[in-house]
Design a protein around this ligand. Structure first.
Ligand code: MN
Length: 214
């Protein structure tokens, strides 16, 4: 499927249901996102969460939205309050919502209305193993990832963990949509490129991943 916004020069070709909007957030826009992100991070600082294997995630995580994704001894799920503060997660900032509305208006998901935004903080050296996002109720809704800070190699896999992967470089200001036929693809983060953040305020990489969880 070819959409009007797809960039023919954006390497590599992406599988059906995945769309990259490279640089859709300009530098000033990234600064505004960073300021909004800062308010969330102050309210609920990111923390590494427990994995099923008993270790800790390399990336630190926090959330904004009606619910937030979390993992602990009870498993992975969406919950309405931060375990760190005991308070509801902060709302998704208007600045984030405006961006998502702009991006989805010309996508296959014009009515996408996220109720959760999982924020992953990757320091230099942090990775995210291949996984599927499968704790949401409606898999017809996409996952939309906004990158801020250092560039990263995002891995796109198949529908089994051992399937071949392709790497996609994500830079600050890029937005990746993953839905439709690609909604259940395994994916992960292979590498962070330290020192590539265009934003002085950010070292490392933040991914803002928007979901319709409920
Ligand atoms: Mn994921």
């Amino acid at each position: 499927m070819e959409l009007p916004f797809s960039d023919p020069d954006a390497p590599p070709a992406l599988p059906e249901g995945m769309f990259l909007r490279p640089g859709v957030v300009d530098f000033l826009g990234q600064q505004r996102l960073q300021a909004a992100l800062e308010t969330v991070l102050r309210a609920v600082p990111p923390a590494r969460i427990r994995t099923k294997g008993g270790g800790l995630t390399a990336a630190a995580m926090t959330n904004c939205g009606v619910v937030g994704w979390w993992g602990d001894a009870k498993g992975y799920r969406y919950i309405s309050a931060s375990p760190q503060t005991g308070l509801p997660w902060p709302p998704i900032p208007d600045e984030f919502i405006k961006l998502i509305q702009g991006v989805t208006s010309e996508s296959p998901w014009p009515d996408f209305a996220p109720d959760a935004c999982l924020i992953n903080a990757y320091a230099a050296g942090a990775k995210m193993g291949l996984h599927q996002d499968r704790d949401e109720k409606d898999f017809s809704q996409p996952i939309i990832t906004v990158s801020l800070g250092d560039a990263a190699d995002f891995l796109i896999g198949g529908f089994a963990r051992g399937d071949k992967t392709q790497a996609l470089k994500l830079r600050s200001g890029d937005v990746l949509l993953m839905g439709g036929a690609s909604r259940m693809r395994f994916h992960g983060v292979r590498k962070i490129y330290p020192g590539t953040s265009p934003l002085d305020e950010i070292s490392g990489r933040y991914s803002l991943t928007f979901r319709k969880a409920l």
